[in-house]
Design a protein around this ligand. Sequence first.
Ligand SMILES: [Zn+2]
Length: 274
Amino acid sequence: MDKLKKLASNVTKKMSQKTVKPSNMKPGKDILHSFSGHCPVCDKPTLYISETHNLRSNLFCKNCRSIPRERAFAWCLNEFLPNWRKLVVHESSPAKRSISDMLERQCKHYIASQYFPGIAGGEFKDGVRCENLEELSFADDSIDLHCHLDVMEHVNMPGACFAEMQRTLKPGGKIIFTTPVYEGKLKTERRAQYGPDGIKYIAEPEYHGNPIDDQGALVTFHYGSDFANLIRAWAPQCSVTMITILDPQLGVLGQFREVFILTKYAKNILAGAK
Ligand SMILES: [Zn+2]
């Protein structure tokens, strides 16, 4: 177990070392990649810059510091739900930057939540609402948009999460999210499992940055090309669309660029399906 912990801590350290802040960058020096374009997060002409070849984590917008998956999400949000500013939007596990700042600032009915083990859904800890995606406290048909960025690869029971998001969505509502989908991987792989006796590691432990825990967030799944079919089985009242953007103008480059857009069917379709 100690060996696993050490390994996991090394992975976390490596990941945090890879991330650099654009404010530390000297223009013209140390920059390996730069693209000009129009950022869909801050809605301004900008320069995207990276000091490393890991564009996924380090290709920042010079204005708002957004990264590629945040810009891919923002583009899809504007394209598929252009009136989002007026809607009831729930974001799970916001990172207090970029997209979350944009939603909080511009969205009239924005609800942010984090998962705190041991705290009931709908209760607050230090002013932050607690919600477990596997057991949401929201009423049926009450949310216009559930969204999250790189959260689904950390949950224990994705099927329960999708069933709960579907239950609480209004008919016609959407779930828009990002999560890594592994190219060439046909079948989704569970990497770790939370159980009554603690964590069962099935594969080498892998952690990503976590906005509310310095220890990082444990990766529980590597999703494969069967993921859309799995979602359909978990949320049969929703259509599933996958978008993969490749566009230097939008600053969407690098690995793992998929955005998922689920739409809960309208009432008449749902009634007909019964
Ligand atoms: Zn920007």
